[in-house]
Design a protein around this ligand. Structure first.
Ligand SMILES: Cc1cc2nc3c(=O)[nH]c(=O)nc-3n(C[C@H](O)[C@H](O)[C@H](O)COP(=O)(O)OP(=O)(O)OC[C@H]3O[C@@H](n4cnc5c(N)ncnc54)[C@H](O)[C@@H]3O)c2cc1C
Length: 396
């Protein structure tokens, strides 16, 4: 019987399990394939990097830039992680804390036990769902009767000389909304970030759509965009495929990472928050375990979802719904207004999940700088039910 059982060995689950074990609690981590290398390419704003992340885990840093109807210098650096080194760093922390790592898929769960699909039962005072978008402890993923809004993207890793017409080696192109893919319909942008070692990720991205824009559409657009800029990807270019929901409902149990959901509904980011919050969640658990599991669960919930964080999540969800309903030709102009906001407003909206005053101020500033039509697009979704689905005509 462990003190804490973490279900899911992604970045959030590993960071949490390591932090819990470092506080002297007996910790188990379970994942269907715990030794499988990660394939995702992870990045975050440099100012959001955890202070204890060793420098070699950061593969590249570059100045953030966005292109909407004009070009914006974002004023912050963006960091791409060396995913292998990041994983090795988290695994070393699991080893150092003596975390027991179990290979298995959780099939059923209660507050203090899980059954794996081979019938093995694992018990712990507290079980935490860090199962990402699958949320194995939530009963069923998603919202009954509603399609998820999903972020999807298709990217290729190229060498920096080839990518130079789109991304300079010292710049991280957070968003490029120019319609250089040549297609009408659902708006997609290019995300282009240096990965270090002379490599650059170029990724055609649909920020959110209900349901997600299919990956073949994104691949087609990426190739057309590259051709437009005379960029020829080699046949062996490594692909990157992204597909995850951004509007999961609140988790009914104790959850962490994307399962919680810590995902920003309007950007899809969750990694920086998960890494920043893991030590605090571990502190909350250690303050009550092993004696008082109910108090430990309640403390985790209070820490992750104070009223301000719940209100911010609601505001960001309204932002998501506004994007889902926005007519495609108006999207770049909307982001132009957003990226022209003073830096502290943009920073609050993009990164501060419990800063309600910061969000209210950012949204008020956005509203004040918008024309009447955009104002209606921003306010309308707060008064209407969530959009059922985006239409096919918007897609292609
Ligand atoms: C390709 C890609 C790139 C992304 N890039 C970024 C980025 O740059 N920055 C950012 O902030 N966000 C990014 N995201 C979004 C998000 O941060 C990631 O999805 C991140 O991996 C979430 O971490 P997590 O640990 O919460 O969940 P996951 O990484 O999804 O890990 C969940 C784990 O749970 C395991 N699991 C699932 N079901 C079960 C079960 N029944 N029993 C046991 N284990 C189970 C899975 O095998 C998996 O290992 C990206 C997402 C994708 C898909």
């Amino acid at each position: 019987m462990a003190d804490v059982l973490v279900v899911g060995g992604g970045p959030a689950g590993r960071a949490l399990a390591a932090a819990v074990a470092a506080r002297g609690l007996c910790t188990t981590l379970v994942d269907p394939r715990p030794t499988r290398p990660w394939r995702a390419i992870y990045g975050m704003w440099a100012a959001d990097l955890p202070a204890d992340l060793p420098p070699h885990v950061v593969a590249a840093r570059a100045k953030g830039r966005a292109i909407t109807t004009t070009t914006h210098d974002l004023g912050w650096d963006y960091a791409a992680l060396d995913v292998g080194a990041f994983r090795a760093h988290l695994d070393a922390a699991l080893d150092a804390g003596g975390v027991q790592v179990v290979a298995g898929r959780v099939a059923r769960a209660a507050d203090d036990a899980v059954a794996l699909d081979d019938g093995t039962v694992l018990r712990a005072a507290v079980v935490v769902d860090a199962g990402g978008r699958w949320r194995p402890l939530a009963g069923r993923p998603g919202r009954p009767g509603r399609l998820p809004a999903e972020q999807t993207a298709f990217g290729l890793v190229l060498d920096e000389e080839r990518a130079a017409p789109l991304v300079r080696p010292d710049e991280a192109l957070f968003m490029d909304w120019r319609p250089d893919h040549g297609e009408r319909g659902w708006p997609t942008f290019l995300y282009g970030i240096p990965l270090g070692a002379g490599r650059v990720l170029l990724e055609e991205t649909s920020l959110a759509r209900r349901p997600g824009l299919p990956l073949p559409v994104l691949r087609r657009r990426l190739l057309a965009r590259l051709e437009h800029h005379d960029v020829r990807p080699p046949g062996h270019a490594v692909p990157d495929r992204v597909h995850f929901p951004v509007d999961q409902p609140p988790h009914p149990g104790t959850a962490f990472g994307a399962a919680a959901p810590l995902v920003h509904p309007a950007t899809g980011f969750s990694l920086a928050d998960a890494l920043r919050l893991a030590p605090a969640v571990a502190d909350a658990l250690a303050a009550h375990l092993p004696a008082a599991p109910d108090a430990a669960r309640a403390a985790v919930h209070r820490l992750l979802w104070p009223p301000a964080a719940r209100a911010v999540h609601r505001l960001r969800t309204i932002g998501l719904e506004a994007m889902l309903r926005m007519p495609p030709p108006e999207v770049p102009a909307f982001f132009a207004v957003f990226f022209d906001l003073p830096e502290h407003h943009r920073w609050a909206y993009l990164t501060r999940r419990a800063d309600l005053a910061g969000h209210a101020a950012a949204m008020a500033a956005l509203y004040a700088r918008s024309g009447w039509r955009l104002r209606a697009r921003l306010v309308g979704p707060a008064l209407r039910p969530a959009l059922g689905r985006n239409t096919e005509e918007q897609a292609c």
